[in-house]
Write a new protein. Structure first.
Length: 70
């Protein structure tokens, strides 16, 4: 993981997956604007901690999820 200063994420627009249900369950949100990094947060605690992953690591994570659900 890499670091993005917290203030760089203050005005971020966060996006929840279209696969997330409307019931407010366990959802991750990501934000754009950092081409080589993917900031991630828990949708239930939007003011809580954020994790930042390298884009290549995030792509591998998502690909693995898709393989597991296929």
């Amino acid at each position: 993981m890499r670091s993005i200063p917290e203030h760089d994420l203050d005005g971020a627009t966060w996006h929840k997956s279209s696969y997330s249900g409307g019931s407010g369950g366990d959802c991750l949100e990501i934000t754009d604007g950092h081409p080589t990094l993917i900031p991630v947060r828990d949708s239930k605690t939007p003011h809580g901690p954020k994790l930042v992953f390298r884009a290549t690591a995030w792509a591998a994570f998502v690909a693995n999820l898709k393989d597991e659900t296929a």
